[in-house]
Ligand binder design. Structure first.
Ligand SMILES: [Zn+2]
Length: 764
């Protein structure tokens, strides 16, 4: 009997209830409890519940290495009065295992009497169901019946032992916009190969609770949480020092499940197998019930964003008084002949990262500021103003006058948690608690003055997503970890919109692409596009994981790409000004600039140019020309690059090139290095009308002749269809695509940008 046949017959038998360990005992081969449908097979060790097999069917490739060693399926850290202890499935003995009835095959594992010596026992129940999304996925749920007085400080579940080692391993995690590591096992080795943990807390910096650990274009392990409510959790991979890599989800029950007789994980964890790459994993997550629910809340999808926002062709991210911000933006607007919007830093009265929230009045005075904004709007230039939505400077007068400390985040010790960002002033700033009405009122009041008083177009709420666990019992929220941070942001944005409604739609932007907030924020900034510039580890490549899930639901804007040395805030100490402020960067760094812009284009973000000065039109004509062509091409392609659904782009057979890059920022002196990147990149998008386009961006000085293998099946193309090219000059018909020859040849000029469009409904 073939392996496949044997799996199917066992799955067919999987109907009876209950299953005892003894029933499964006997030979080594059958010492597991199996659960299978036509897509996935799971095997558990009946002695302790350790997961032994997670195999996609019909291939039967087991994502887990063969092993008989236990790794507890769950681990619970508990506290009873002053005593803390850990309980685990491994110590808890034989679970009772039953098959679940219902449409989908499932198992119930029950550990009836789980107890530390001398303690009252718990009952732990695990439910496993197959058939999630009609894919090779399984749902894992856990509940704990316990004495009310017992606190659960942490629950680790499910725990997956020994992800099988494969060739060409890749780890993709939706951290920030998304990040990908090749040879990820090496990251878990730790010092002296002792092993270390890679931990991603959600919803920040992990913006979606999923990850994919796979062989490139081969078998892969997929884990996710089906949680549409944004509960805090961590996904973790760790090595035990012998190169064996395990996975778990770590939960911190809200209020440590105190006073509850039963704690139930508020969402299911999803474990599965797939074949492909991170695009496959992103599709699995995109199609999950949780992601569908979150996407439906997206303000772009619900057409709740101000119209000017979706019509924005380019963002200018400038700092300081209006002549250095709005005037360059207006020049650029004329140059592009496309609406330009401004992300405006350092407009405020206080010193950046020191005097927050003493933003008002604008440093140039309210009246000139308001007049400049009005004049800019006449020219189709809109502006959102920077205001940090969590920091209060401890050295400000308002900190004392308004009694802010009372409403700041407190640690378990009851003390505030100062943070220092400003390297020139070393000013301590304190995170404020968004769970307090005081802070929400304070911030919403400022936003109202900005939008209704100064008549700016919106607010950039910096550091959205940077959460805290607050332990101040006077704030009225639960103590410690909790969803109140996410709820607080929803309340805050709701309050800002209520206050601003008299004037129209306020645009609210945020930092980091957290999925829980896409119903609250209109747009979110993606700095990881500029990974080298912001000093990210080169071990992690940026990927558009977030875009592959939520494109069309929310607007992602930006990068950190600029052509000059960063400015210095006039409110900072003059004697510490860095040399070369706003002077041109070395031309050798242009490839880095082009790469950042190319990613922004191919990955469907609104493009941005930081620290733009009109002189750059003459001094950096080629770089500005690149941005110009990019903007013009993109504006003809919004059904793909703003609203489209991500598809796997064809692999580009193009050279790799070593380029000069620099880490540089307002606090970071230039640090140059070299990196190797392909000279062109691609994204692929399906529009709502079924047309598909491949966005291509070259940063190469030479022309490229691309041979593009077209994925006819995934793209849904008929035997023949019309092909167009969209670029800065317009949309031109190139000819007819025929599936008998599924490789399309395309010539890209030096630094060329275009979309190759396939129109299934145009067959002639
Ligand atoms: Zn608080």
């Amino acid at each position: 009997m073939s392996r496949f046949a044997s799996l199917v017959s066992l799955a067919a038998l999987a109907l009876s209830v209950p299953v005892s360990a003894a029933e499964q005992g006997g030979t080594a081969k059958t010492e597991t409890v199996r659960l299978a449908d036509s897509k996935l097979q799971i095997e558990l060790d009946p002695a302790n519940g350790t997961l032994r097999q997670l195999a996609q069917l019909p291939e039967g490739y087991n994502q887990l290495a063969d092993s008989t060693e236990p790794l507890a399926l769950w681990q619970i850290a508990a506290r009873d009065g002053e005593t803390s202890y850990t309980l685990s499935a491994e110590q808890a003995g034989l679970p009772k295992i039953e098959r679940l009835t219902g449409d989908q095959p499932g198992l119930r594992l029950v550990w009836d009497k789980v107890a530390a010596p001398g303690k009252e026992p718990l009952r732990v129940e695990v439910l496993i169901r197959l058939g999630q999304q009609d894919e090779s996925l399984s749902r894992w749920e856990l509940s704990v019946a316990k004495p009310k007085s017992l606190r659960l400080t942490q629950v680790r579940f499910p725990r997956v032992p020994r992800v099988r080692e494969r060739d060409d391993e890749v780890l993709a995690v939706p951290r920030a916009l998304g990040a990908l590591a090749r040879n990820p096992r090496s990251l878990t080795r730790g010092k002296n190969n002792q092993g270390t943990r890679l931990v991603w807390p959600y919803p920040f910096p992990l913006n979606m609770p999923c990850l994919a650990f796979y062989q490139d274009h081969g078998p892969g392990f997929y884990a996710a949480c089906d949680d549409s409510q944004g509960y805090r959790k961590e996904l973790a991979l760790w090595s035990d020092g012998q190169g064996r890599v395990h996975f778990e989800v770590v939960h911190e029950p809200e209020q440590e499940a105190a006073e509850l007789a039963e704690f139930r994980l508020p969402f299911a964890v999803v474990l599965g197998a797939f074949h492909g790459d991170w695009t496959t994993a992103a599709r699995l997550y995109r199609e999950s019930p949780a992601a569908q629910a979150i996407a439906a809340r997206g303000r772009l999808r619900r057409q709740l964003t101000p119209a000017w926002l979706s019509e924005t062709g380019l963002w200018i991210w400038n700092r300081g008084r209006s002549p250095g911000v709005l005037e360059p933006a207006t020049v650029m607007r004329k140059h592009l002949q496309t609406p330009v919007s401004v992300l405006w830093h350092w407009w405020h009265n206080c010193a950046y990262d020191a005097g927050f929230p003493e933003y008002l009045p604008p440093r140039e005075g309210a009246e000139p500021f308001q007049a400049a904004l009005a004049a800019a709007r006449q020219q189709d230039v809109h502006a959102i103003l920077y205001m940090n939505q969590r920091l209060w400077g401890m050295q400000t007068q308002s900190w004392i006058d308004e009694g802010a400390e009372r409403y700041a985040v407190k640690g378990p010790d009851g003390k505030v948690r100062p943070e220092v960002y400003n390297v020139f002033m070393k000013s301590p700033c304190v995170p404020m608690c968004i769970g307090t009405r005081f802070w929400r009122d304070k911030y919403a009041g400022l936003a109202e003055e900005v939008f209704c008083g100064l008549k700016a177009d919106g607010v950039y709420m910096d550091q959205t997503g940077v959460m805290a666990s607050c332990y101040d019992p006077s704030h009225g929220h639960i103590l410690g970890t909790g969803r109140y941070w996410t709820d607080g942001l929803a309340a805050l944005t709701g309050e800002i919109r209520d206050r601003c409604a008299t004037r129209g739609r306020v645009a609210l932007g945020g930092e980091f692409c957290g999925e829980p907030w896409i119903g609250n924020l209109d747009l979110t900034l993606a700095l990881s596009v500029s990974a080298d510039r912001i000093g990210s580890s080169p071990v992690w490549e940026p990927i558009p994981f977030f875009q592959a899930v939520y494109h069309g639901s929310t607007i992602v804007f930006g990068n950190y790409a600029g052509l000059v040395h960063p400015p210095y805030d006039e409110k900072w100490p003059a004697d510490k000004t860095l040399p070369g402020t706003l002077t041109l960067l070395d031309r050798k760094l242009s490839q880095q600039f082009l790469l950042e812009q190319a990613r922004t284009f191919a990955w469907g973000m609104q493009p941005m140019l930081a620290n733009f000065l009109p002189s750059q039109l003459q001094e950096r004509p080629e770089e500005i020309d690149y941005v110009t062509r990019l903007v013009r091409t993109r504006m003809r392609s919004l059904k793909y690059l703003l609203y489209g659904t991500w598809l796997r782009p064809p692999a580009l057979d193009v050279p790799q090139q070593e380029i000069d890059v620099a880490q540089i920022g307002v606090y970071t002196p230039l640090r140059a290095s070299k990196r190797t990147y392909p000279v062109a990149l691609a994204g692929a998008w399906r529009a709502a009308d079924g047309n598909v386009a491949i966005a291509l961006a070259s940063i190469h000085d030479e022309p490229l002749r691309l041979q593009l293998p077209i994925d006819v099946q995934t793209y849904g193309l008929p035997a023949r269809c019309a092909v167009y090219r969209i670029d800065e000059s317009g949309r031109q018909r190139l000819g007819q695509f025929d599936t008998r020859d599924p490789v399309w040849q395309l010539d890209l000029p030096p630094r060329g940008l275009c979309l190759l469009e396939f129109c299934p409904n145009e067959k002639e």
